[in-house]
Design a binder for this molecule. Structure first.
Ligand code: SF4
Length: 629
């Protein structure tokens, strides 16, 4: 065992609280986050899965991270196999290696971690003595195909439901083959890539997926937790006839996904992170997180506040995690009570149309966060294309409300390469940023100082399971030109500090998010080459344009269709067509019996136990309701 690596891990543990070490557990799970400890510990999904697995008796779950640069050097020098954090056990000695992957760009790190563990990257090269390799997390909602050949099991859905079903199947079945078959036959939540043969057309597109074992469904449904993530435990108790436990769970307070290990050395490690709601109602057509977490669900205020009270002795900082903080129907109560507890509040994202005075007041008071808003573009027409139903006037007003509270620096998330984008649309970005800057200087006179406008520019990457899934990414050359043009124009405006992501990175993202199984060999080779995707493509003679730069027909079988997202084809197609015509749509109403996008009838409400459904009606702005077609 390498002493330096062990010491580095023990140093990390020495400042942490709440981690779990269970000796002699019957099932050992290595929960792998494909990035460093510092970044991974800011991920609430990792905290949640760690807590859920360790709550199961006889299951021990330990964390594994991508080594930081100094550790990596030591791993490579000493040829030490990758170790878990808690007990410094080689990852290859665990029964299960479960990856929690939030971003498709981390696929490279997944392959790298398997390589470092001494576990064959390709599932077909592993035998019954190797651990089961599982992938879950937000990226599995998107398109797991690029790493399908690396994994034995892909958990498609939310961990609160799937953790318990997974453990049951592993415990109740003897062999690896039996476990895989049992999970596949559930029909929802577990995609077993080896149980499907992929048939390709002559032109390289996917023709279909054919199950190669009896009882395996043609398509795998996603499993979503209801408002109450304890639902997985409840289902398990009902299924096993554990009446007392089931009764207890139905009367117990809601489980609130939150920080489970206090890790002050990590990013955001000085605060309690609490997920207050999941999903966003808005339906921005480029946003995979919005569609993939339909319908929006909330954790009740009383449970969030109970968690906050429990942690107040440890920290005065709280991060509210949500794609749409102000959609929460009890947000006023939450903010008021947290301020009464003297918490300094930050939020994971701000949706412009829902920013309230009370939220801005809370953020200003805490002085713990730079305000970042997302106009996306400078053109009102283009904003209708992507169904972001705000005007430039409204955006300037909202920024003004931030500046008038003395917060004179804002970050603006903006994109280029949107469908139907013209040169005039790009020029409108300059006008919008100039107006925001002027409004900042006006407010700055009162405070006797000036702030900064920080536009952060990205290329649009069309994502699976969104209405833009059929669109090609803007060509790399053209994307580069537009980024350069906008950066140059914006940098001429005083008090503006522009940042940007390269066109190359956007194209890499597009490859990993829209690719099929053939992309796996690029990932494997690039991981061996220290992340050099260009060189891997060159060596393998692959043209990524086939996956990224091709407008797809509605008739084409999309690689990610093996997982049924619940979103109906007709809904996505209509939204895609409305995008071309710059027509906006109403947000998801999140009401029972709605069938608009197909998710509720097909994947969730039909299957949720009585009494645990708590979809809250959303507040739709009257102006928006009137404007939408
Ligand atoms: S079916 Fe209706 S309520 Fe359910 S997610 Fe879709 S739009 Fe929202």
């Amino acid at each position: 065992m390498n002493k330096r690596i062990v010491q580095s891990y023990r140093d990390k543990l020495a400042v942490e609280e709440g981690f779990v070490v269970k000796h002699g557990a019957g099932l050992r799970i290595a929960l792998c986050y494909p990035n460093t400890h510092s970044i991974g510990m800011a991920n609430l999904g990792l905290h949640t899965m760690y807590e859920l697995f360790n709550r199961i008796p006889d299951v021990s779950c330990e964390r594994v991270f991508l080594p930081d640069p100094a550790e990596l050097k030591e791993y490579e020098r000493s040829r030490t196999p990758l170790l878990s954090l808690e007990t410094q056990t080689p990852v290859r000695d665990f029964d299960v290696v479960a990856f929690s992957i939030s971003f498709e760009t981390d696929y490279l790190n997944m392959a790298r971690m398997l390589q470092l563990s001494g576990i064959p990257v390709w599932a077909s090269e592993r035998n019954h003595f190797h651990p089961l390799v599982i992938m879950g997390g937000a990226a599995s909602f998107l398109n797991p195909e690029p790493i399908a050949d690396f994994t034995d099991i892909i958990a498609v859905g939310e961990g609160e439901i799937l953790a318990f079903q997974l453990v049951d199947a592993i415990v109740e079945n003897e062999t690896k083959d039996d476990i895989l078959l049992a999970l596949a036959r559930i029909g929802r939540g577990f995609y077993i890539p080896s149980l499907y043969d992929v048939i390709y057309n002559d032109d390289g597109t996917v023709f279909d997926y054919i199950p190669n074992a009896e009882g395996v469904p043609r398509r795998v449904g996603r499993a979503l937790a209801s408002v109450n993530p304890k639902e997985g435990t409840l289902r398990r108790a009902i299924r096993r006839g554990e009446k007392e436990l089931a009764e207890f769970l139905t009367t117990q307070d809601v489980f609130c996904p939150s920080t489970s290990v206090w890790s002050p050395g990590a990013e955001m490690g000085d605060r309690l992170l609490v997920e207050i709601s999941r999903g966003c109602s808005q339906g921005c057509r480029f946003c995979w997180a919005g569609y993939n977490y339909y319908p929006p669900r909330v954790v009740p205020a009383k449970d969030i506040l109970a968690k906050a009270a429990e942690w107040r002795g440890k920290t005065d900082k709280i991060g509210l995690v949500s794609t749409a903080v102000c959609d929460h129907p009890e947000i006023s109560t939450i903010l008021r009570e947290l301020r009464a507890m003297d918490y300094r509040i930050s939020v994971s994202s701000l949706r412009l149309d829902q920013i309230s005075d009370e939220l801005l007041d809370a953020l200003v008071e805490s002085r713990d966060q730079q305000i970042a808003v997302a106009p996306e573009t400078g053109s009102d027409r283009l904003r209708r294309v992507i169904n972001k139903n705000l005007t430039n006037d409204e955006i300037v007003d909202i920024c003004g409300a931030v500046f008038d509270r003395g917060m004179l620096t804002v970050k603006l998330y903006m994109m280029v390469g949107l469908p139907t984008e013209t040169q005039e649309d790009l020029d409108e970005m300059f006008v919008l940023v100039e107006r925001i800057k002027d409004r900042m200087l006006e407010a700055g006179k009162f405070f006797g100082r000036a702030g900064k406008i920080i536009p952060s520019l990205n290329g649009l990457v069309p994502k699976p399971n969104t209405p833009l899934q059929w669109d090609a990414i803007c060509s790399e050359k053209e994307l580069k030109r537009r980024i350069k043009y906008v950066c140059k124009g914006l940098s001429r405006i005083p008090n503006v500090d522009v940042r940007f992501m390269s066109a190359r990175i956007a194209h890499e993202q597009a490859l990993f998010s829209s690719g099929d199984r053939t992309v796996a060999r690029i990932i494997d080779r690039a991981a061996q080459l220290n992340g050099d995707v260009d060189r891997a493509l060159h060596e393998l003679g692959v043209d990524p344009a086939f996956h990224t730069s091709r407008n797809r027909d509605y008739e084409e079988f999309l690689p990610w269709s093996i997982v049924d997202s619940g979103l109906s084809f007709e809904f996505l197609k209509t939204e895609h067509q409305k995008a071309q015509e710059a027509l906006s749509s109403l947000p998801c109403p999140a009401v029972e019996k709605c069938t608009t996008c197909g998710v509720c009838p097909s994947t969730w409400l039909a299957d949720a136990p009585q009494g645990l459904i708590n979809i809250q009606p959303l507040r739709v702005r009257e102006s928006l309701a009137a404007a939408a077609l």
